[in-house]
Design a protein around this ligand. Structure first.
Ligand code: AMP
Length: 211
């Protein structure tokens, strides 16, 4: 049976970039709780209105709400998944095992990176509003300024929470909560560490060789 992947890493550590490569090259399905929440905000649903201010501040939304959203969007019978942005704390890690994976094999991948470099990565991050492709104005700029290489869309936007003060809060929240999550997977022999500062293809090869 194929292993599901659980991506753990600070905001900006490259989880989304790797996830989209696994989707196109290996046919995995990418599920990002951040994307699901942003979609609710864009739809202006009741849930979206409830979470907007929390997300804008860089804090985490409630565990209960995120798990409901995740369960509504996952069908383990149909796909091999990459969980991105979930779990964010030990309670979520336990819930993922008990209520979603239910014994299905999975590997947690930790994207290790120097926190100091992330602020610049994130302030320069842009996302195509049409297809979701991710760019970095310094290290991975689109070939034509302002135009998406993938779909030709011209709306490359900065996420609301990629402003410097909010970024610092998001990184702090990550640092405060990640250690027990890593220990949880490490203790069960389910953790793989990758150097998130390596080239995108090297990281991809390392993860792909283990799953
Ligand atoms: P991300 O796109 O993963 O950086 O997430 C953006 C924001 O969505 C976070 O700062 C949180 O406010 C919220 N969020 C995403 N995933 C979770 C989660 N698993 N638990 C709680 N909040 C989350």
């Amino acid at each position: 049976m194929k292993s599901h992947l659980i991506f753990i890493g600070a905001p900006g550590s490259g989880k989304g970039t790797q996830a989209s490569k696994f989707v196109t090259e290996k046919g995995l399905k990418h599920i990002s709780t951040g994307d699901l929440l942003r979609a609710e905000i864009a739809k202006q649903s009741a849930l979206g209105k409830e979470v907007k201010s929390v997300m804008d501040s860089g804090a985490l939304v409630s565990d209960d709400l995120v798990i409901r959203l995740l369960q509504a969007n996952v069908d383990l019978q149909k796909s091999q998944y990459i969980f991105d942005g979930y779990p964010r704390n030990i309670a979520q890690a336990q819930t993922l095992d008990k209520e979603v994976l239910k014994g299905a094999p999975s590997t947690a991948v930790y994207f290790e990176m120097d926190m100091g470099k992330l602020v610049s990565r994130l302030t320069n991050r842009r996302t195509c509003k049409t297809c979701g492709a991710i760019y970095n104005l310094i290290s991975k700029a689109p070939k034509i300024t302002g135009v998406c290489d993938v779909c030709g869309g011209t709306n490359l936007v900065q996420r609301a929470d990629d402003q410097e003060d909010v970024i610092k809060n998001r990184l702090q929240v990550f640092q405060d909560t990640v250690s027990p999550v890593l220990k949880y997977y490490q203790d069960q022999g389910r953790l793989m560490r990758v150097d998130a500062e390596k080239a995108v293809d090297d990281i991809f090869g390392q993860i792909a060789s283990k799953v």
